[in-house]
Design a protein around this ligand. Structure first.
Ligand code: NDP
Length: 242
């Protein structure tokens, strides 16, 4: 369906589970050369083998490791066409109970991680005058959420990051887009207590959580030529929640 993605080199951070894994599977199906990353080498390689993509250990918060891995991919493939900044963590707690470590960990992965990987990849895209960068934000970056001051701050930050970078790179034929998922069934949302989940579902017009595939499909569309005039904006995928 998306001929232009055949042979495209796609880097998906945090592809071992959930949304990232679904994104990797979708791009693989479209004929792309996909790289997934994770913080644990064995787990990343095992998942990569299972879904037929390349798997590399790359902790997005480790700037030196990111530079090294991105260089290795560039040397092997000669380019990176699509970057999906998906890796993300939560350390949910009420602000008054928040430890410095809870704040730092979430900022380091969800915000500094996106900077680290994007900073390493953009020069390659500029050289080729071609690229798409998709940043996975979140509905809570727009609505806020009790217990998620740290997490929602990073997800709002990605919106500003996306808008500004899109302005800088538009002239180089590089599109930068944010995708803001609502509640998607993954390990991340498994932690939500059943009672809260039931209440939450009532506020979603489609009355259900989303599936990782429903985010992956949007990413595929955004990376394709069908979305060639979309940049600097956020696509909301949340069943009508926001
Ligand atoms: P999961 O917890 O299921 O998976 C997170 C992925 O990120 C794993 O593959 C994990 O790999 C990887 N990861 C975590 N930290 C790092 C790191 N430092 N370096 C590299 N990889 C890392 O999360 P989801 O699939 O639910 O979420 C994916 C993205 O979507 C996140 O950015 C999240 O904030 C966002 N999102 C999710 C929503 C949801 O409802 N699920 C809603 C809105 C946004 P490993 O553990 O193997 O290292």
């Amino acid at each position: 369906m998306f001929k232009e993605l055949e042979g495209a080199v796609v880097l998906v951070t945090g592809g071992t589970r959930g949304i990232g894994r679904a994104i990797a599977e979708s791009f693989k199906k479209a004929g792309a050369i996909v790289y997934i990353t994770g913080t644990n080498r064995e787990r990343t390689e095992a998942v990569a083998e299972e879904i037929g993509v390349n798997g590399v250990k790359m902790d997005v918060s480790n700037r030196e490791e990111v530079k090294k891995v991105v260089n290795e991919i560039a040397e092997k493939e000669g380019k990176i066409d699509v970057l999906i900044n998906n890796a993300g963590i939560t350390r949910d707690t009420l602000f008054l109970r928040m430890k410095d470590e809870d704040w730092d960990a979430v900022i380091d992965t969800n915000l500094n991680g996106v900077y680290n990987v994007t900073r390493a990849v953009v020069p390659l895209m500029v050289k080729k005058k071609k690229g798409v960068i998709i940043n996975i934000s979140s509905v809570v970056g727009f609505t806020g959420n009790v217990g998620q001051v740290n997490y929602s701050a990073t997800k709002s930050a990605l919106v500003g990051f996306t808008k500004s970078l899109a302005k800088e790179l538009g002239g180089r034929n590089i599109r930068v887009i944010a995708v803001a998922p609502g509640y998607i069934t993954t390990d991340m949302t498994k932690a939500i207590p059943e009672k809260i989940k039931a209440e939450l579902l009532k506020s979603i017009p489609l009355r259900r959580e989303g599936e990782p595939r429903e985010i992956a499909d949007v990413c595929l569309f955004l990376a394709s030529d069908m979305a060639s005039y979309i940049t600097g904006t956020t696509i909301h995928v949340n069943g009508g929640l926001f």
